[in-house]
Design a protein around this ligand. Structure first.
Ligand code: BG6
Length: 513
């Protein structure tokens, strides 16, 4: 559809920005916080230039300053995550009042400034003690611990917080942690990945059911945030179209069908059974998964992917769509982990291990380059139309309100030597293009309740340190962790402020590229 005029954004549209605890808070061992698996993983030298979340951008100690900046920008919503090990240091034991108090100050500070708090309960920083004692997500003890921790948060803040996110990008952290060894627990075992992933599904379902059972949360809404990318076939060769169905099932429906329908997609489950790696789903698991209904879907969109049929004669390295430009490979080199430009979307596309390369069943598709889209400095595709496609597909399939909980551009921002400002016009272009395609999707009829750009301030990128910046607010921090932590709004800050103030009307000004 092409429109002469787009519909306006809904009146109460939640214009927002996002962050995650490990990436911004710092204060990693303060006020009773226990270590998370990321604290340990980073200290074991697994991250670029040895970066850790010990200080990050020190949001913990800059809380009021950051809140005031949010107000100055006019944000309507702020999505942040809760560090589980700040609230319950060992994951399932005593509650740490000082930890709960930090989130109380954050939530009340937001509300006092007219900003809706949007907490994410799990953004990858599992309490280390659960990993050590039970093997983390490999065990159902962690499922029970998650439910307990969620209960603490729901009871403390359920009366004040409307939108809750259960799990962030389950597709990404399970693949990175149990397949690609680029996140803790740094395992490469597909069967374990699916087992751990199944437990995360159970945890998500139990948290949603608990939420819906509590009086304190009656006015609230809850759902997971998924890292979604549409899948394109390389061309109209029916074999490639079939490969794109496989990829879509495997990369998207594998999670989304469970969240929304309580069951794994049929063909993919059968394929994994044949490979001996499908998770065991008991009758009571089935019952639990089917009983939990999210109120909305959180969507993190960066890009999609393009696939062709799995051709066994093609060299493996060539099959991994993760190299990006030369500079990207250098920038993203992970200590001890090669130089692949891992992105939010690529890593969970299942590629064969060398010993499996001859299996006709693994993988069911192969990634290829898309010649129609450009790329960021880190080799991530830039595809604003894909955002409209993503929103359309998700709404068509699942008919749930959508809340965009991440979307943004990672770039090498610099402070201008002439005026000391950060002229990130490229970020403005990126965001404008995506906001316009989101408005097109809204005009198509998609129910989008809000949009939280990634990210509010600059922050620590899990695998890329501080060079890859996403924020509206520049933070003087670097990979040596010796920055002054001073905050400076970038040009994009003022541009987004005007978008919010006009409820999107200012997007009409300025050409879409
Ligand atoms: C998403 C995550 O996958 O992508 C964020 O939810 C992350 O936590 C963001 O920071 C960007 O990824 P990266 O690797 O560029 O920092």
């Amino acid at each position: 559809m092409h429109y002469e005029k787009l519909d306006s954004f809904p009146k109460d549209f939640l214009w927002g920005a996002s962050s995650a605890a490990y990436q911004v808070e710092g204060a990693a061992a303060e006020d009773g916080k226990g270590p998370s698996i990321w604290d340990v993983y980073a200290h074991e030298g697994n991250t670029i230039n040895g970066t850790t979340g010990d200080v990050a951008v020190d949001h913990y100690h800059h809380l009021d300053e950051d809140l005031d900046l949010m107000k100055r920008m006019g944000l309507k919503a702020y999505r942040f995550s809760v560090a589980w090990s700040r609230v319950i240091p060992d994951g399932d034991g005593q509650v740490n009042d000082a930890g709960v108090d930090f989130y109380r100050r954050l939530i009340e500070g937001l509300l006092a400034r007219g900003i809706q708090p949007v907490p994410t309960l799990y953004h990858w920083d599992l309490p280390e003690s659960l990993q050590k004692r039970f093997g983390g997500w490999e065990s159902r003890a962690t499922v029970a611990a998650f439910e307990k921790y969620c209960g603490v948060m729901f009871r403390a803040f359920g009366d004040r917080v409307k939108y809750w996110i259960t799990i962030n990008e389950q597709n990404v952290f399970t693949a990175m942690g149990y397949r690609w060894q680029t996140h803790p627990p740094k395992i490469n075992d597909v069967a374990t990945m699916f087992r751990a992933n199944h437990n995360v599904n159970l945890a998500n379902a139990r948290a949603i059911n608990l939420f819906h059972s509590l009086d304190a949360c009656r006015e609230g809404l809850i759902g997971p945030s998924f890292g979604y990318g549409p899948v394109y076939p390389r061309d109209c060769d029916p074999k490639n179209v079939l490969a794109s169905l496989n990829a879509d099932d495997f990369n998207n429906s594998w999670w989304l069908d469970v969240y929304t329908r309580g069951e794994y997609p049929y063909f993919t489950y059968k394929a994994l059974q044949r490979m001996g790696v499908a998770p065991v789903v008991s009758a009571s698991d089935n019952e639990l998964l089917r009983s939990a209904h999210p109120d909305f879907l959180g969507v993190n969109y960066y890009h999609g992917g393009t696939v062709q049929e799995n051709r066994l004669d093609r060299p493996l390295d060539d099959a991994v769509n993760a190299t990006g430009s030369q500079s990207a490979a250098e920038l993203t080199a992970v200590a001890g982990g090669g130089a692949k430009a891992f992105s939010a979307i690529d890593p969970y596309l299942m590629q064969p291990k060398e010993d499996q390369a001859q299996s006709p069943e693994i993988p069911m598709f192969q990634n290829v380059e898309n010649p129609f889209v450009s790329k960021t400095d880190w080799g991530w595709e830039v595809d604003a139309t894909g955002f409209r496609i993503a929103l359309r597909q998700l709404f068509e399939r699942y008919r749930l309100p959508l809340f965009v909980t991440e979307n943004g551009l990672g770039a090498l921002d610099t402070i201008s030597a002439t005026d000391g400002k950060i002229h990130d016009g490229y970020r403005i272009d990126y965001l404008r293009d995506h906001l316009v395609t989101m408005q097109e999707a809204i005009t198509d009829g998609v129910d989008v309740v809000g949009y939280c750009a990634w990210s509010f301030t600059d922050l620590l990128s899990w695998l890329n340190g501080y060079r890859k910046r996403y924020g509206f607010v520049y933070v003087d921090q670097n990979d040596d962790e010796t920055g002054t932590l001073a905050r400076t709004p970038k040009d994009s800050f003022f541009w987004y402020r005007d978008v919010i103030a006009s409820n999107g009307a200012s997007l009409d000004q300025g050409e879409r590229r």
